[in-house]
Design a protein around this ligand. Structure first.
Ligand code: SAM
Ligand code: SF4
Length: 473
């Protein structure tokens, strides 16, 4: 079972993606409404679903069943997450890449792309721009290249934490980069990273081989599949998984993501903190094969089904999606979005540069500024959150899973969302967004039961108004 360039796999095994079993589940007869209701009841009791149960939710696409699934996903999201949406921004550090992924503008054979790696001063300028928008959480993104080894990534993360501008500071840096060996994860963990994200792209072996041609690091399916397990073994226990939707049958990828999440939970007692489900976007020099592109309707279904399958796993929706799609799927269970994003190297300070299109990995669908996204969220009764408390107070991995029980989110996450929202309103918001936010905070306080937690929160909000910052629960 070892593959060409795999150097060291994890101890957990990698037989959890049983392709023929998944294909068989997908060809089963449609579930009737009674069966669907039983499975939904399990989700509503906040129990993770098995791969089989998830496949049953996917087996029936009738409008009646899909509506039931949407209603349940909406309700579950409210029960588990309240109306919070966590905000972050991507920061692309470098697009050198030795791989040749067919879908990505950074692939090594793409001669149209301008290659660049941000230097320390470039990073500082980007981070100041992000801080001045009000961001507190970043995800740093790298091509896969020997230059971007664990030491380099760790140094970038440390530079970012060190940049302070006025009231601005980045409090959490997540990483989206190539899988590492155990030692590499120890190095990036020591730099204080948040989540380490690795997307499998496609869990379907044959498709994986086709879209990752040649013998490259990335063409090693098992090395990649095992990447997050190795991270957990190296105590980098806050991990994110994902699939790039549009490469193969979306229902197969959904079941594989669920299988992957359950595998991690079973072996390490830690599920993934987040699941991402990027949809393939047009990109410079990339010819999209349209066979498996996911329609908006199917995209909504996949988000809702994932919500029901993994009640406690964060779901990340990126600005790859246009604003109207984001608006719709947000309510089916998304817990994190990026906003104000620029994915060109240097894009936060160098917009307007003629070569900028040649430095981005793919085209974004939602390029509205952070303030506009904040205002829309607030007007639609969401509470945008810049909270980073759990990670900074050590509530990650197994410990986070223990806490991720009913009540935890309401007692800690909602108050933290409101305090970080107030910081944003006071320090960065436009007058219109500040007005919408002030009304939203009043609304939330109104909804909270009286008691010590509410009094503590009101006290912290007062201290923030008086100029204090960063007061996490
Ligand atoms: N190079 C690393 C890797 O491949 O894991 C890290 C990050 S890569 C820059 C980030 C993710 O972007 C990939 O994992 C892939 O899922 C996604 N991506 C690549 N090309 C894309 C496209 N054309 N449309 C949407 N997402 C894309
Ligand atoms: Fe390189 Fe990642 Fe793009 Fe593949 S997806 S070409 S590994 S940057």
């Amino acid at each position: 079972m070892t593959s060409l360039i795999t150097s060291r796999l994890s101890d957990s095994g990698y037989d959890f993606i049983d392709e023929s079993a998944i294909e068989e589940l997908l060809s089963g007869p449609p579930a009737d409404t009674a069966e669907i209701d039983d499975i939904i009841a399990k989700s509503m009791a906040k129990q993770p679903l098995s791969v089989e149960e998830t496949s049953r939710l996917l087996s029936n696409g009738s409008p009646e069943v899909v509506e039931r699934i949407y209603a349940a996903a909406r309700q579950l999201k409210r029960d588990v997450y309240g109306n919070r949406i966590v905000l972050f921004a991507p920061l692309y550090i470098g697009n050198l890449c030795r791989n040749d992924c067919e879908y990505c503008a950074f692939r090594r054979s793409n001669k149209q792309v301008v290659r660049r790696t941000l230097e320390e001063e470039d990073i500082r300028r980007q981070v100041i721009a992000l801080e001045q928008m009000g961001h507190k959480r970043l995800i740093v993104v790298f091509g896969e290249h020997p230059h971007y080894d664990a030491e380099f990534i760790a140094e970038c993360v440390q530079h970012i934490y060190a940049v302070k501008s006025g009231r601005g500071e980045i409090r959490r840096v997540n990483v989206n980069a190539a899988p590492m060996d155990h030692r590499g994860y120890e190095i990036v963990k020591a730099a204080g990273i948040g989540t380490y994200q690795i997307f499998q792209e496609t869990y379907h072996h044959e498709t994986y081989r086709r879209v990752h041609p040649g013998v490259t690091r990335k063409s090693d399916y098992l090395w990649r599949l095992d990447g997050v397990a190795r991270a957990i073994e190296a105590e980098c226990d806050d991990v994110g998984i994902g699939a790039l939707f549009g490469l193969y049958d979306w229902r197969f990828e959904v079941l594989s993501l669920v299988a992957h999440a359950l595998h991690l939970q079973r072996h390490y007692n830690i599920g993934p903190h987040t699941i991402s489900f990027p949809r393939l976007r047009p990109a410079s020099g990339v010819k999209l094969d349209e066979q498996y592109l996911v329609s908006n309707a199917d995209f909504q279904r996949l988000v809702a089904v994932l919500r029901l399958a993994v009640p406690y796993t964060g779901l990340i929706l990126t600005a790859r999606e246009p604003a109207e799609v984001r608006r719709t799927v947000l309510e089916f269970g998304v817990s994190q979005i990026d906003a104000g994003s620029r994915i060109e190297l240097g894009g936060y300070t160098e917009a307007g540069d003629a070569q900028i299109m040649e430095r981005e990995q793919f085209q974004l669908g939602d390029i509205r500024p952070l303030d506009a996204v904040m205002r829309e969220l607030l007007e639609n009764d969401y509470i945008p959150s810049f909270c980073t408390a759990c990670y900074r107070l050590g509530r990650t991995g197994e410990q986070f899973m223990e806490f991720a029980i009913p009540g935890f989110i309401q007692n800690l996450c909602t108050p933290n969302a409101l305090t970080t929202l107030l910081e944003y309103l006071l320090d960065y918001a436009s007058p219109e967004t500040r007005a919408a936010g002030t009304a939203a905070i009043a609304r939330e306080l109104e909804r909270m039961p009286d008691g010590p937690r509410k009094r503590q929160l009101e006290e912290r909000l007062r201290r923030i108004e008086q100029g204090q910052r960063d007061l996490p629960f």
